[in-house]
Write a protein that binds this ligand. Structure first.
Ligand code: ZN
Ligand code: ZN
Length: 111
């Protein structure tokens, strides 16, 4: 299955192929602060399954993880393991006030 999403302003678009390795909610302090939210809802994809268009910037929130965001509107898009193996891509299914854009594909998981 192909899933697409993007940032608030549209400067960054991303697409994932296949199914996520897992879908989790992380309540750790770093995720809370980085997301400005009680938790970080994300789906984990192999880096090779993700393609990105547009300009992003990032900062390290820990030694192991970079947080990636849109340079223009600041939407938080991904977290990236700095060992280069996996990307956690923030993916719809949350009911928090995080600025999630709904995917354009149907059949996405609701959580
Ligand atoms: Zn943007
Ligand atoms: Zn966390």
């Amino acid at each position: 299955m192909t899933r697409e999403g993007g940032c608030f302003c549209g400067a960054v678009r991303f697409r994932t192929e296949g199914e996520p390795l897992n879908v989790r909610i992380c309540h750790c302090r770093n995720c809370q602060k980085a997301m400005g939210s009680p938790f970080f809802a994300r789906a984990l994809f192999d880096q090779r399954a993700l393609s990105i268009e547009g300009d992003t910037a990032s900062y390290p929130s820990s030694e192991a993880l970079d947080r990636v965001f849109c340079k223009v509107c600041g939407t938080r898009l991904f977290s990236r393991r700095t060992n280069g193996t996996w990307w956690g891509s923030r993916w719809p299914p949350s009911t928090t006030a995080m600025p999630l854009r709904q995917p354009s594909t149907s059949g996405s998981r609701k959580r």
